[in-house]
Design a binder for this molecule. Structure first.
Ligand SMILES: NC(=O)c1ccc[n+]([C@@H]2O[C@H](COP(=O)([O-])OP(=O)(O)OC[C@H]3O[C@@H](n4cnc5c(N)ncnc54)[C@H](OP(=O)(O)O)[C@@H]3O)[C@@H](O)[C@H]2O)c1
Length: 497
């Protein structure tokens, strides 16, 4: 149970707070995770009273909290909410915040408060808020203060370092929670359980048995209302630098000495340290960018990226990425990791696929066709499954090989719905568990790998954009990237666009 919790949500009436944070906090409250004295302070420039903020929260919880909503409990939760009107670039605001905290914390207890600052505001305000909190001694001076904020963590390596220097001027690394909400998904966390909780896979989880690894994060949606954001960011900064790199690290890392946050994070950083750096030649040969044109998804026509709202009709922002990476260490040398992500692909799916090496000998002779390799598919969404792909004999007189699978399905095995990711994010944040939050050295090293790729493509934008039709698995070049190595993407049924 979290004692003396005071959470300040900057942007407390924004979209993220209304749709995700307040319903998740209500759920944690409902399950008895907070002591009676907790307080939540929403912050924003729009003038609101405590009462109107409570009404906002109650209706957000009612709308977005789907399971087991109870009006009395929601009303009791809302009584712990307060609202502070002010702009974070105004010094006077921080004076008011201090006063508000002094009122909420019984005298002499401020030093014991679990003081949690959630920055649910546009990224440009992160340095502004950190500077304000620092000036008013609400950072390191408060022993249990913590800061949480969303990606992007910088725009490139240099800006990420500058942002981090500024934050480290105010908070210690142990007080800083950088959210990669993808890591809070049950099935992503299960990667480590699956790997390090089962003795049978560890001996084959290496270059001797693994042929290659594929990681796909596919979305069927386009940029929706985020056109302006996407124009500035593009797919590498939005997905590859964080989600894909973190998943790669979970597949490739060594067993940690324990599950304490820094032991796990140390092992991830070792993977990033072993990732082969790319120069311009590698970027050109081993990575592919794409941008979707008009097409069809689920039988209905959809427009191309350049026709989306707030997008330039001649935009070069990439919405698709495929790349071949190498982890140059003892375990993985010679095993390529193929990463792929994109918008407006045929369906929403995230999967890690490990393909094992082919048999050393066609021991069944010419009477039998070639044996396909074994594979292991860890599906993250929408299905939450683990599938081991095996070869067996097809029934009958002949010697025909046939592929079958052994499946584990989260939903069928446990009949428990996974908790929303923001519940897990907030739960860990409030408890101060940093395991699922990327450390700065990881952020820094993933930028170091991807900066040259981004720079190469910004200097040499692909000539043929858009280069894949919405509803296909990306541009031809992504298929060639695999075919060149005698391999194929696992999902490619609908072919290149
Ligand atoms: N929305 C999502 O689903 C989602 C998902 C993942 C990550 N994120 C990230 O979460 C952050 C917030 O996104 P959002 O969608 O919630 O944005 P939003 O709806 O625009 O909310 C931002 C909030 O910040 C407040 N704000 C803006 N300028 C301020 C200032 N100078 N002083 C005080 N308050 C200020 C606004 O309130 P006032 O106008 O009243 O000041 C507003 O409530 C972003 O970094 C975003 O990338 C959002």
């Amino acid at each position: 149970m979290a004692e003396h919790l005071v959470m300040v949500i900057f942007g407390g009436a924004g979209d993220l707070a209304g749709r995700m944070l307040l319903p998740a906090l209500y759920s944690l409250y409902k399950d008895g995770n907070f002591s009676a004295s907790f307080s939540i302070i929403g912050v924003g420039r729009t003038a609101r009273s405590d009462e109107s903020y409570r009404a906002f929260a109650a209706s957000a919880v009612k709308k977005y909290f789907k399971d087991g909503y109870r009006p009395n409990q929601a009303a009791a939760f809302a009584r712990h909410l307060h609202y502070l009107t002010g702009s974070v670039d105004d010094d006077a605001f921080y004076g008011s915040l201090r006063e508000c905290l002094d009122q909420l914390l019984p005298s002499g207890e401020a030093h014991r408060a679990n003081l949690a600052f959630y920055l649910a505001v546009p990224p440009r305000l992160v340095p502004v808020i950190v500077a304000g909190l620092h000036k008013f001694s609400l950072c390191r001076a408060m022993p249990n203060a913590k800061l949480i904020f969303e990606k992007p963590f910088g725009h490139d390596r240099r800006s990420a370092e500058a942002l981090n220097r500024q934050i480290l001027g105010a908070f210690d690394e142990q007080q800083i929670f950088r959210i990669d909400h993808y890591l809070a998904k049950e099935t992503v966390q299960n990667i480590l359980f699956f790997r390090f909780g089962n003795n049978i896979f560890e001996p084959i989880w290496n270059t001797r048995y693994v042929d290659h690894v594929q990681i796909t994060v596919a979305e069927d949606i386009g940029v929706e209302q985020r056109g302006a954001f996407y124009e500035d960011v593009g797919v590498i900064r939005d997905i590859v630098q964080n989600h894909l790199m973190q998943v790669l690290a979970m597949v490739a890392m060594e067993p940690p000495a324990g599950f304490e946050p820094d032991l796990v994070r140390d092992e991830k950083v070792k993977v990033f340290r072993s990732l082969r750096r790319m120069d311009a030649r590698h970027a050109r040969e081993d990575t592919v960018l794409g941008q979707y044109g008009p097409g069809r998804i689920g039988g209905r026509p959809v427009r191309g990226y350049r026709s989306e709202n707030h997008v330039s009709p001649s935009s070069h922002a990439p919405t698709f990425f495929a790349g071949k990476f190498h982890v140059d260490n003892w375990r993985w040398t010679g095993v390529p990791f193929y990463l792929r992500t994109g918008k407006r692909l045929p369906r929403r799916t995230s999967e890690i696929y490990i393909e094992f090496k082919k048999l050393p000998l066609r021991s069944f002779g010419k009477a039998c066709g070639p044996m396909p390799p074994n594979g292991l598919a860890l599906s993250i969404q929408p299905q939450e499954t683990i599938r081991l792909i095996l070869t067996v004999k097809y029934p009958g007189m002949g010697n025909a090989p046939s592929q079958v699978s052994m499946d584990f399905d989260y939903g069928k095995s446990f009949r428990v719905k996974p908790r929303p990711v923001y519940e897990r994010v907030l739960f860990d944040f409030i408890r101060g568990d940093l395991t699922l939050f990327p450390r700065q050295d990881a952020v820094d090293m993933t930028w170091a790998v991807l900066d040259p790729v981004i720079k190469f493509w910004e200097a040499h934008p692909p000539a043929r954009f858009p280069n894949y039709a919405a509803g296909t698995w990306g541009p031809r070049e992504a298929f060639r990237l695999m075919a060149r190595d005698g391999r194929a993407w696992r999902f490619s049924g609908e072919g290149p666009g």
